[in-house]
Design a protein around this ligand. Structure first.
Ligand code: HEM
Ligand SMILES: *[C@@H]1O[C@H](CO)[C@@H](O)[C@H](O)[C@H]1NC(C)=O
Ligand SMILES: *[C@@H]1O[C@H](CO)[C@@H](O)[C@H](O)[C@H]1NC(C)=O
Ligand SMILES: *[C@@H]1O[C@H](CO)[C@@H](O)[C@H](O)[C@H]1NC(C)=O
Length: 342
């Protein structure tokens, strides 16, 4: 009696689990808003063209910034718009809320929130209460990639927005620029392990790092590499040292492009790695001296831009599918920065 009860309970549990897993990963679709917001992709694309156009107050770098923002959304609680939530100060009996914007990888670094606000306002005007902030951010990341010369792809849609965000999870899950490829003994802090925990292989990690073909980083994130490392091109290091002195805070926020063609999405990033001109420590370790399996991934993308574009698009879709909220989970935020009032 007890045994059969346990067995049927276990069957029910497994059925529920299967339902949950398929629900969590199976419901996203590029046509999710086809009838409820047919102009969505056009609205986002037009707004991104404006945001990247210097002639109307935009900047090309914004394409890179939104790509990074989507990555930081997806790696913390899944792609649920959690990174967009503002901090809320304590008020009476309501405790202060510290969102992901305070985390090490985000504070004074991630950008593009105003662009998401602008796109959200345009989308709300066309289709009120229908499209999530998480989906808008995913589309903006795709368009930023494409508008800077990269590949395009059909974005699976149907994510809903979180009602929570976690600074602690962001501090745990966002990779720091001083991370190594592997750690021995393994302690989970290295790049391969961090992406493996999100279901992404070493090859996918290497192709997603190709996002560093666009955008910039601050001196405080590459200073140690300039002054402490020897797997770095001498001229390259000399050039950067001029504006990034050894001792901060002088120069801390000085920006350098992440690859030699920082406003164009191409495979030059991998050429730079083979020339020991990776800007971040976490970039250069992708091309190790002592691991041919890993080095070959870099050489492949260096020699084959078509493969880089195709694999980047596929890996972006996979990263974009990280534990989305679907069905009745979460909500469609009205304001991307705030949970809807109860
Ligand atoms: C592999 C581990 C990674 C590490 C350690 C890392 C770290 C960093 C750091 C430190 C910066 C500079 C931030 C600053 O100085 O303010 C940066 C910029 C950037 N990252 Fe990553 N990143 C990683 C992977 C990725 C991935 C997977 C993507 C997207 C698919 C991405 C996209 C970007 C972009 C586009 C920028 C430039 C942003 C801008 O100019 O506003 N990164 N990253
Ligand atoms: C879609 O946008 C076009 C102009 O860009 C507009 O004429 C049309 O009415 C819009 N359709 C919907 C359903 O909003
Ligand atoms: C506290 O919350 C109330 C109601 O939301 C608001 O009117 C008031 O301005 C808030 N006070 C502070 C100090 O934020
Ligand atoms: C070498 O690189 C491969 C591919 O990234 C990786 O799976 C493996 O763990 C690495 N081994 C060492 C010892 O670094």
């Amino acid at each position: 009696m007890a045994a059969s009860f346990t067995t049927s309970w276990r069957c029910a549990f497994l059925a529920l689990l299967a339902l949950f897993v398929s629900g969590a990963y199976g419901q996203l679709s590029p046509t999710f808003y086809a009838s409820t917001c047919p102009n969505l992709t056009t609205i986002v694309r037009d707004a991104m063209v404006t945001a990247l156009n210097p002639a109307v107050g935009g900047e090309r770098r914004m394409g890179a910034s939104l790509l990074r923002l989507h990555f930081h959304d997806c790696f913390v609680e899944g792609c649920d718009g959690s990174v967009l939530l503002d901090n809320v100060p304590a008020n009476g009996s309501t405790p202060a809320f510290f969102g992901e914007k305070n985390a090490f990888g985000n504070i004074n670094s991630v950008r593009g929130f105003e662009v998401i606000d602008t796109i959200k306002a345009a989308v709300e005007q066309a289709c009120p209460g229908v499209v999530s902030c998480a989906d808008i951010l995913t589309l903006a990341a795709r368009d930023g990639t494409f508008l800077l010369g990269g590949p395009t792809w059909a974005v699976p849609l149907g994510r809903r927005d979180s009602t929570t965000a976690s600074m602690d999870l962001a501090n745990r899950d966002l990779p720091p620029p001083f991370a190594n490829l592997v750690t021995n003994p393994p302690d989970g802090s290295d790049l391969i392990a961090r992406f493996q925990r999100k279901g992404l292989s070493a090859t996918e990690m290497t192709v997603l790092s190709g996002a560093h073909t666009i955008g910039s980083a601050q001196c405080q994130n590459y200073r140690l590499r300039l002054y402490n490392e020897n797997r770095i091109d001498f001229q390259f290091a000399q050039g950067l040292k001029a504006n990034c002195p050894q001792n901060g805070p002088a120069g801390d926020t000085f920006l350098a492009p992440l690859d030699s063609t920082g406003s164009t999405f191409d495979n030059k990033y991998y050429t730079d790695l083979t020339g020991l001109r990776g800007l971040l420590h976490s970039d250069q370790v992708l091309y190790p001296q002592n691991n041919q399996t890993q080095a070959k991934i870099v050489l492949k993308y260096k020699g084959d831009n078509t493969a880089f574009f195709a694999d980047f698009a596929a890996a972006m879709i996979k990263m974009g599918n990280l534990s989305p909220l679907t069905g009745t989970a979460g909500q469609i935020r009205t304001n991307c920065r705030l949970v809807n009032p109860a």
